[in-house]
Design a binder for this molecule. Structure first.
Ligand code: ZN
Length: 67
């Protein structure tokens, strides 16, 4: 696996404009198809988490509001 991006093909860098993400110089830009696949997987994961009773963030907030 790539040591720079850990296989994500994305590297994080901080410049004068702030924090940004760019392509890994070693692996090059991610193929659009693969990227879309990952976006879909992420969406599915979020939907799955919501089905299981919402995000932990929302839960901890509602608990804090009650007490
Ligand atoms: Zn890489």
């Amino acid at each position: 696996m790539c040591q720079i991006c850990n296989g994500t093909r994305k590297v994080h860098e901080i410049n004068s404009f702030g924090y940004r993400t760019s392509c890994c110089p070693e692996c090059g830009p991610m193929e659009t198809e693969l990227w879309l696949e990952q976006q879909k997987a992420r969406k599915d994961w979020i939907a799955e988490m919501r089905k299981k009773g919402g995000s932990t963030y929302g839960k901890s907030r509602s608990v804090a509001a009650k007490s």
